[in-house]
Write a protein that binds this ligand. Structure first.
Ligand code: SF4
Length: 713
């Protein structure tokens, strides 16, 4: 008997609620390639989305059967075909290789690259396995590519990770600054919420968009600043300069709740409007208008995503945004705050579970001896079992493979052979690793092409577990369909490996609810406190926001953080950070005179393992298009619909040209979705460099120097 089920959408970090109902005729529900009997609609009871849903969420039911992996597969060498093997043989091979690597190279020879598609239970057991049982902190996740600069920026400026805002702030703000985010395409339901309010209360809500492209988000902006790529921090400092010059700052909050004002004020002094506008490529009147809107706003919300985070100065830019909020008192109250929009559905939960190389569960840090001791105690490990050094982030994992230092690289629920920068270098590095394991739901991904061992994964809808969305709201995702064939949940695979490695008690779990209960208990007293939550409470009372300490009544989570003007830094004061802008990691020059920026289309999700199978989305976005400004197209002899060769220092590819004035001169745009396995392959990230923010280690996937030539298809 199948029952209606509720879950958080498995695509973006908005984390909309979905209601899933069995269709009238239930036939062969788990058959790969069969028609899916489940229908999807927005869950009106979910407080984050109130029944709204976008094309991706609405069509997710069409993606669940296509192209599924149903049995473990193995090959000794990459030039051989994959052949089916049993789970017992697959797990024995993983354990044997782990033991061999530990004996030969030590824990640093093992690494895992996980995913914001994980449930918290998957994330948590991956940390317990790698950072605990194996003593290797080399766990990183694809959230590294998405929002690690937001994590670093929040921690550095406010003392801890954790977006301080909530979606209700969309209804109480009077100004929204969208910087480096195409919210219309990448967080559609939130954008629609803003748009509806804008239509209802045109003058009561001012929308400002800062983006080199004239995106669908910019279409509705009261003010669009198409700045030069790489000048976000310059612009923020320019706003700060004008606010201080005009006396539009919150002296009481600065005095009572911040430190570093003198240094920041001295730095902002030098960022005059003339200097800022020359670098940003905007009119002074635009900068003045933006500063005026910021200065007079009663409640201002800033939203950002990868346009800010994917930069060599990603952390500095996040701190630059937070500086302005602290200077003007736009934080800790309804409608006001710096709000990072997370890319993936559970990247937030991953942060809470310690799912990045320098982190431990419960917003703890590997580098903090007290935090390591707490986890060693919780996990029943000997003192010193958790290594003191942060592990390799994903690019350091690639570099370690280049040096031949990794003996096992385990990729789970992600497709790095499309999403990482400098893909030719990635392919060459991975080829040096003796055992590449891929835990994946779908067959035929670009990463499968480099894997020796493929483990079929039960995905969202087939395993119960918890996700946290961008407003810190925790949703229980029900298991409402059987997994196909022999596919297993990642958390169950990690637990089995832990038991086989000699930890039978520590990894004995009867259900994912038990895994979550253990995780929730160790967050007690931390900012991301889940200790009052359980699968049962979430099933009975619906999604809840953290912090949610034990004893909290349902609905009693905290919608906003830092409401008292105290921050979890040593001094209790937030830090104003004074940093000079650096610009792009690879600025354009005579040889490569244009800047390539990459991004997303509304209907497609990341590397298309799901959305390539949705007819409606395929029709909506049939092919990748290279957006070129008419002036640049003229100079290169390119017409709309013609083909161009686009080259960077790392390689070249051809793409069909879309001539449009929606991109600023000197900049071109490609979508990042079409990997080598797609019929219209267009590996945009092959062209991108791997330079990264030195603090967050998030690569600058948003900008690389390129040149254009006309080409044949
Ligand atoms: Fe899913 Fe994001 Fe669309 Fe909501 S906005 S339905 S979370 S993809």
């Amino acid at each position: 008997m199948l029952h209606p089920a509720r879950a958080q959408c498995p695509y973006c970090g908005v984390g909309c609620g979905l209601e899933l109902k069995p269709a009238a005729v239930i036939a062969d529900a788990a058959a790969p390639g069969g028609s899916d009997p489940w229908t999807v609609r927005g869950d009106r009871q979910h407080p984050s989305s109130l029944g709204q849903v976008c094309v991706k969420g609405a069509t997710v039911g069409e993606t669940l059967h296509h192209n599924r992996l149903t049995t473990p597969l193995f090959r000794e060498r990459i030039d051989q075909p994959l052949r089916p093997i049993s789970w017992d043989e697959a797990l024995s091979r993983v354990v044997a290789q782990m033991q061999q690597v530990l004996a030969d190279r030590g824990p640093a020879g093992l690494a895992m690259y996980g995913s914001g598609q994980f449930l918290i239970e998957d994330y948590y057991l991956a940390q317990k396995l790698f950072k605990g049982a194996l003593g290797s902190n080399n766990f990183d996740a694809n959230s590294r590519l998405c929002m690690s600069s937001a994590v670093s920026g929040y921690a550095r400026s406010l003392g801890s990770d954790g977006p301080p805002c909530c979606y209700d702030d969309f209804d109480s703000c009077d100004t929204v600054v969208l910087i480096g985010t195409n919210t219309a395409d990448c967080h559609p339901v939130l954008f629609q919420r803003l748009l509806k309010r804008k239509r209802r209360q045109k003058e009561a809500l001012q929308l400002i968009v800062i983006d080199p492209r004239h995106t669908a988000t910019a279409d509705v902006a009261d003010l669009h600043l198409a700045i030069q790529p790489g000048t976000d921090l310059v612009l923020l400092h320019g706003i700060g300069h004008l606010l201080l010059q005009r006396g539009q700052f919150d002296a009481a909050l600065i005095a009572a709740s911040t430190e570093g004002y003198e240094e920041l004020a001295a730095l902002l002094e030098g960022w005059t409007p003339e200097r800022v506008c020359a670098l940003c490529g905007i009119e002074e009147q635009q900068l003045q208008a933006l500063a005026t809107l910021w200065g007079r706003s009663r409640a201002l919300l800033s939203l950002w995503s990868m346009g800010v985070n994917q930069s060599v100065e990603g952390t500095a830019t996040v701190s630059g945004i937070i500086n302005l909020h602290l200077l003007t008192g736009q934080i800790g109250r309804p409608g006001a705050g710096p709000f990072s929009l997370t890319g993936q559905p559970n990247a937030m939960g991953g942060r809470e579970a310690g799912g990045l190389a320098p982190l431990l569960p419960g917003y703890r840090f590997v580098a903090d001896a007290a935090h390591r001791a707490e986890l060693e105690h919780h996990w029943g490990l000997a003192a010193g079992a958790i290594a003191a050094e942060p592990g390799f982030d994903v690019w350091r994992q690639i570099e370690a493979m280049e040096r031949g230092e990794l003996g096992l690289w385990w990729v789970a629920a992600t497709n790095p052979l499309v999403s990482l920068p400098s893909l030719d270098r990635v392919r060459a590095a991975v080829a040096r690793c003796p055992l590449v394991v891929l835990s994946e739901a779908y067959a035929g991904s670009e990463t499968e092409a480099v894997a020796h061992l493929v483990l079929p994964a039960a995905q969202w809808s087939e395993k119960a577990g918890v996700m946290t969305n961008s407003e810190r709201r925790v949703t229980l995702c029900a298991a409402f369909r059987p997994a196909p064939g022999q596919a297993r949940p990642d958390w169950a695979v990690f637990a089995e490996i832990g038991r086989r490695l000699g930890h039978p008690q520590a990894f004995r779990y009867g259900s994912s609810a038990e895994v979550y209960a253990e995780f929730a208990a160790i967050t007690a007293g931390r900012i991301c406190d889940h200790s009052g939550l359980s699968h049962r409470l979430l099933a009975e009372h619906g999604p809840q926001q953290w912090p949610f300490p034990a004893g909290t009544a349902p609905g009693g989570g905290q919608p906003r953080l830092h409401t008292e003007g105290r921050f979890p830094t040593g001094s209790g004061r937030a830090r104003l950070i004074a940093e000079q802008p650096l610009g792009l990691g690879e600025p354009p020059d005579a040889a490569y005179p244009l800047v390539l920026t990459v991004g997303r289309y509304l209907g497609h999700w990341h590397t298309m393992t799901r959305t390539a199978h949705v007819e409606r989305v395929r029709k909506q976005h049939p092919e990748p298009l290279l957006e070129v400004h008419p002036g640049d197209a003229d100079r290169h002899g390119l017409e709309d619909g013609a083909w161009a060769r686009i080259s960077s220092r790392r390689g070249s590819l051809t793409a069909k040209v879309l001539v449009t004035d929606r991109i600023r001169p000197g900049t071109v745009f490609l979508p990042m979705h079409w990997g080598a396995a797609q019929a219209n392959a267009c590996e945009a990230n092959r062209l991108m460099h791997a330079l990264a923010c030195p603090i967050s280690h998030q690569p600058e996937l948003k900008a690389a120097a390129v040149k254009l030539e006309s080409a044949q298809p």
